[in-house]
Design a protein around this ligand. Structure first.
Ligand code: MN
Length: 245
């Protein structure tokens, strides 16, 4: 085991992680599959992630602690998500990343399997930037995988593909989104799916030529959105947890 087991995380952080699971399910980013994690608030070599289950059903009692080797801490033998190495290897590679979402959000899938690039069609998705990377699992692991990130080596390859971007598409599988907080990563995951839906609509209209945000517009919009993030988060959290929070 890489780390001694730290104390429990801040209950407010766990509440937000439970809310994130419920919100992403309600918003159609995850379904029975997909997951969201957060780095421990006082132990940067540890992250929190639910046991293997549908995100829409997660409660505080389902949250487990993992080291950056992707293995559960302490004596926790509950079944873990096969793809937990997506989280462990991104946290290992990127100290500034605090939260990670992996999903198969449907509208994004076509952009991983065609020459159409996912680009910011409006201000809400400005965080996408002009170059969303596409992870090609065949580049490092051949053409007979089951597409899942089921080892640290696969997680590291994905983290390399992500680089400093906020989102990486996973060809024929889904996507991964990173952020500096739970509200930020949830915002980004929801608006990645929304952007993909709208961009698909726009590409099917007219002559297929779409005007995207410029780099300058994207940068300015990102700064503005950072200031109003909590407005969306409070709405989503109230809808997902109701009076429980
Ligand atoms: Mn997956």
């Amino acid at each position: 085991m890489a780390d001694a087991t730290p104390g429990p995380a801040d209950p407010a952080l766990i509440e937000n992680l439970v809310a994130a699971n419920r919100i992403l399910s309600r918003e159609g980013v995850v379904d029975g599959f997909g997951h969201v994690s957060v780095r421990h608030d006082s132990a940067p070599g540890v992250f929190l992630l639910a046991r293997s289950m549908a995100p829409g059903l997660v409660t505080a009692a389902d949250i487990m602690m993992y080291g950056l080797d992707g293995e559960a801490l302490g004596d926790d033998r509950r079944t873990a998500y096969v793809e937990r190495y997506i989280h462990s290897e991104i946290y290992r590679a990127q100290p500034e990343v605090t939260a990670v979402v992996h999903s198969h959000s449907p509208a994004v899938i076509p952009f991983g399997v065609t020459s159409a690039k996912l680009r910011p069609i409006y201000h809400m998705s400005s965080f996408l930037g002009s170059d969303v990377p596409v992870f090609e699992i065949r580049d490092t692991h051949g053409d007979a995988t089951d597409m899942l990130i089921r080892s640290p080596a696969l997680g590291a390859a994905l983290a390399t593909s992500l680089g400093r971007a906020t989102v990486a598409l996973m060809r024929g599988h889904g996507n991964v989104v990173v952020g500096r907080s739970i509200p930020e990563v949830v915002f980004r995951a929801i608006y990645t799916e929304m952007n993909a839906r709208l961009q698909g609509d726009a590409l099917r209209l007219g002559d297929g030529r779409v005007t995207y945000l410029s780099d300058g517009e994207a940068a300015a919009s990102m700064a503005t959105n950072a200031g109003v993030l909590t407005r969306a988060w409070e709405l989503w959290k109230e809808a997902a947890l109701g009076g429980a929070s």
